[in-house]
Design a protein around this ligand. Structure first.
Ligand code: GUN
Length: 312
């Protein structure tokens, strides 16, 4: 019986997890070491500030996570909270004050903003040297041209995962689902660039795209950033593909004390017996967004040192 069994040993196939939580912790540890070096050399402690307008639940959670991560690496941080009745001019004024505040090295305006406020106007007011989200047109343009600058944190986190897992995308078919300013558009630009981690053949799909399932099955890597819970099913992808799940949706869950749980764009359980690499939600791209924002803040602080040195 033993030998018969041996003839039929099936290798159980299961998905491989891309562990964003672990990589994010590694990045945070590296940042913490840099901060300790700076303190030992009597250099300034990096300081990140966040502007939060209104009382959107998820936005509050994200901002709190960012502030907590600052504490973990030894950064200073400030949170500027405003009611959603703040008008555009008042908010522009607050941004000007933070631009001029010498203690703050980098800051973000948490999105989305209330609909009466012009997002483009607000993001353009952020001083490009402090724009650690990389959303100012000046920095976004530099990113598009492949010039060194602040790369938006979520796409930057995806790139970091690709680098640290040594995933070779050269010539591979990458499908980005979603064309948002924050994720879809920038990641599509980064993955198609002539860089050792990139060089992919990128397709950007969006709400008007036809034959999305055909596009999915013909892809080596899928970045899904549409916010539709459990949209991507196992039957839609090929073996050996890599799936980056950027979705963070709250769905009702009576078994949880909060009354909801966080679900990605990918139907995770549906993939459990597939030969694919996948980022879980939570614990995938989310933590990377936070660590890359802090990395940008360290960069802003170092850039300031460098500029001050140049003057003196
Ligand atoms: N809202 C969702 N993602 C982000 C982000 O990366 N930065 C900011 N500022 N707001 C967001």
């Amino acid at each position: 019986i033993n030998s018969l069994c041996n003839m039929y040993i099936w290798k159980k196939i299961s998905m491989k997890i891309i562990d964003g939580k672990k990589i994010s912790n590694d990045v945070l540890d590296e940042i913490k070491n840099h901060v300790e070096d700076r303190v030992n050399n009597r250099k300034k402690v990096p300081h990140l500030a966040a502007i939060l307008v209104g009382d959107d639940g998820p936005s509050q959670t994200y901002v709190n996570s960012k502030i907590r991560a600052c504490e973990r690496v030894g950064f200073n941080s400030s949170l500027f909270k405003f009611n959603d009745n703040i008008n555009e001019d008042e908010l522009l004024n607050e941004i000007t004050k933070i631009n001029e505040n010498k203690e703050i090295d980098g800051f973000i305006v948490q999105l989305p903003l209330p609909s009466n406020i012009d997002q483009e106007k607000i993001l353009t007011q952020v001083s490009p040297e402090k724009d650690v989200d990389g959303f100012h047109p000046f920095n976004y343009g530099k990113m598009t041209l492949g010039i060194d600058t602040f790369i938006p944190a979520t796409p930057s986190g995806i790139v970091e995962l690709i680098k640290r897992y040594k995933i070779d995308l050269s010539g591979k078919r990458c499908l980005v689902i979603g064309r948002s300013q924050i994720v879809g558009r920038p990641i599509s630009i980064l993955l198609s660039q002539n860089q050792s981690f990139a060089n992919a053949t990128v397709t950007v799909a969006h709400s008007r795209s036809k034959e999305l399932e055909t596009l999915c099955i013909n892809s080596d890597l899928i970045v899904s950033a549409i916010g539709i819970p459990k949209f991507l099913k196992s039957r839609m992808v090929s073996d050996n593909s890599i799936i980056i799940d950027v979705g963070i949706s709250r769905v009702d869950d009576e078994t949880s004390s909060k009354g909801y749980k966080i679900v990605g764009d990918v139907d995770f359980e549906d993939f459990s017996q597939r030969d694919v690499m996948i980022t879980p939600v939570p614990g995938g791209v989310g933590p990377m967004t936070i660590s890359m924002l802090l990395k940008n803040t360290l960069k802003a602080c170092e850039l300031k040192d460098w500029l001050l040195n140049l003057i003196h």
